[in-house]
Design a protein. Structure first.
Length: 350
């Protein structure tokens, strides 16, 4: 995931004290650590083991259940999941690098489509409050069904809209709506969902953020709204397409460079919609420039009046992030990129 996520969160909220931003900053540092280590010297990764059991609704051991952590959760999409199956006593054991375990979501499922999940802790000095990682317990239950209904401004169904749901730090479902504008996801029943979003070219976008406003977050007794048990309706009321054109310093078109929108902020929602965190695994919102150096984001909603940031998915050029001001740019933005300055060789003086 792009480290620019931390920047857009800070810029869009103007406050970096929320737990969500802290999580993103911590994640950025974690992701940078192995990169720096590999650059310095080959490292022998440390190993961590977690153990536990899987039981059913009646607390009986479940044999042959799949226990796993999705590799996309640690942003290594070319690797298989960290996965095992329970033994005759319903027990399991998983061993991998701490980066692939700490702070991740441990899941379990069986042949009857029952599900369970546990959020594993980040490293902490508060040992007394940590889970016993040698005695984890996952209780399988029937999944919760989460339905999104996507309609246009006239209330008509919008088929083939890209839609998704996510908790604070994990995406739990992405797909496209059917001919009736609906999509249903299955998630473990105790998942605390925070966001729902839908978008489609020509129709616009809509989202719901079940969170507190920043100014309400620290008020005594403040509680965020709960994700509803009934279907969530998202209304796409129209788009204001955005054309972005990239040029070299000499004014020549730059083709094949991906651009990724960082957030949306709807006036009636408490917080922006963190698009890269929703679609980090599928990269469905990354659009490359064509031979003219241009790409069109045809789904940008007409209500997007706040400043938008776009990540530049190319390390050879700077800047790595560009800014779109809807009121000023009015749907067209041309940006000149420059080659990234070469870093001085190690041991040399500037």
């Amino acid at each position: 995931m792009s480290l620019l996520i931390t920047i857009f969160l800070c810029a869009s909220t103007h406050v970096c004290r929320s737990s969500f931003v802290i999580y993103s900053l911590f994640l950025s540092l974690v992701l940078l650590a192995p990169i720096q280590s590999r650059a310095d010297k080959p490292r022998i990764p440390k190993q961590q083991t977690i153990k536990g059991s899987v039981v059913d609704e009646h607390n009986q051991p479940v044999v042959g259940a799949t226990v796993f952590i999705e590799s996309r959760d640690w942003f290594e999409f070319n690797l298989p999941n960290l996965e095992t199956t329970t033994d005759a006593q319903g027990r399991f054991s998983l061993t991998d690098e701490p980066l692939h375990i700490q702070g991740q979501t441990l899941q379990a499922k069986d042949s009857q489509n029952r599900m369970a999940q546990i959020s594993l802790p980040w490293p902490s000095t508060r040992k007394s409050k940590q889970l016993d990682l040698n005695n984890l317990r996952l209780q399988l239950k029937l999944p919760k069904l989460v339905t999104l209904e996507v309609v246009d401004g006239e209330g008509k169904p919008v088929p083939a809209a890209l839609a998704g749901i996510k908790a604070l730090t994990k995406t739990w479902g992405i797909g496209k709506t059917d001919n009736e504008g609906k999509i249903t996801f299955q998630v473990p029943p105790d998942v605390d969902l925070k966001y729902a979003v839908a978008l489609r070219d020509g129709y616009g976008a809509d989202y719901r953020a079940y969170r507190l406003k920043l100014e309400e977050k620290y008020k005594p007794g403040a509680r965020p709204p709960k994700f509803p048990d009934h279907p969530v309706r998202l209304t796409l009321t129209g788009a204001q397409p955005l054309t972005i054109k990239l040029e070299s310093a000499a004014g020549k078109p730059l083709s094949g460079i991906g651009l990724e929108p960082q957030s949306l902020w709807k006036p009636d929602q408490p917080l922006p919609m963190p698009l890269p965190l929703m679609f980090y695994a599928t990269r469905q919102l990354v659009q490359p420039t064509d031979e003219t150096g241009a790409t069109v984001f045809a789904w940008i909603p007409h209500w997007q009046n706040q400043r938008m940031y776009f990540g530049v998915k190319n390390k050879e050029y700077v800047p790595h992030r560009i800014t779109y001001e809807p009121s000023k740019d009015k749907g067209t933005l041309t940006v000149r990129l420059s080659p990234k300055p070469k870093e001085p060789e190690k041991g040399s003086t500037p």
